[in-house]
Ligand binder design. Sequence first.
Ligand SMILES: [Mg+2]
Length: 355
Amino acid sequence: MTDDPPRKIIHIDMDCFYAAIEVRDHPELRGKPIAVGGSSGRGVLTTANYEARKFGCRSAMPAFKALRQCPQLIIMPVRFDAYRAESQKIREVFARFTGLIEPLSLDEAYLDVSHWRSSGASVAEEIRAEICEATDLTASAGIATNKLLAKIASDWNKPDGQFEVTSDGVEGFMADLSVRKLWGVGAKTAERLSKAGIETCGDVQKHALTELHRRFGRFGIELYHLSRGQDDRPVQPSRERKSVSNERTYSEDITCFEESVPKLQSLWEELCEDLEKHKDRQIKSAFVKLKFNDFRHTTVERQTAVPAWELYEALLEEGWQRSDARHVRLLGAGVRFQSQEGLSEIEQLTFFEEN
Ligand SMILES: [Mg+2]
């Protein structure tokens, strides 16, 4: 989409990171089905190794269910201090290759290595070898000209492998790819697309840009480009967002709470869609903003990990109690995120690792 020379983007993803660390530190576990997580009645798995996945054990699965499917499964307690220490070593390796590092979680990052004369694939080989040397753990890599393709590609030769999508290969790579693999397409969006007969990126490509825009709004435009493997997002070193929110100014003032409820609900629905892109982040609080017709505004905020609609409705009501009979000209709905540094272990227990 730009005339600049193609970028060299690498997506590095550690292989079953938490479980791999446990197996490394407890060699007697090698070759056995291992998971990391809470093993008590209500515990859930944070991650599972490949041996456990053969039995259908997955991250976010309740421990009792995993044990029913795989009675010999060994569930190790979570040791975030150890995982963070390894993550730090991995980031030090990245820093030897580039300053443009965008971490997505403890075990995943985008790197921009466009300034290297060697090919992206050979830089990726070197990075993976150095990670292995520093940590005795394996990593997989995806190499492409943008983040979208690199991230999808890192899954292709997992574990301990890498895959490069070349410019000529993009079309073939995208055609049969499920839309679920696209950045920003969560379960809810995938369902809407499926109702429109769209399952793969190839299906999206059959629709004109104007039609996608009409049917899916601004996301339709994004979808048009993403389905063709086009993605201009730069690798952003200081990626950490503190919040996500949507707000709207209304052409006519809103006079009462009841009138504002459906308006806030549609803002909340958009918010939930946007949050699909931030699944790696833990929500700290929910907030509702009201701007009154004297241009003063108020924000009502409550701590929560789940942005449930009922909570937003309650916050809205509380905001109206501060209105002093003023009308409302703007509404906003948002969430604030936990900082990714220094999370407590309890907070991180809901932070699942995918691969
Ligand atoms: Mg991983």
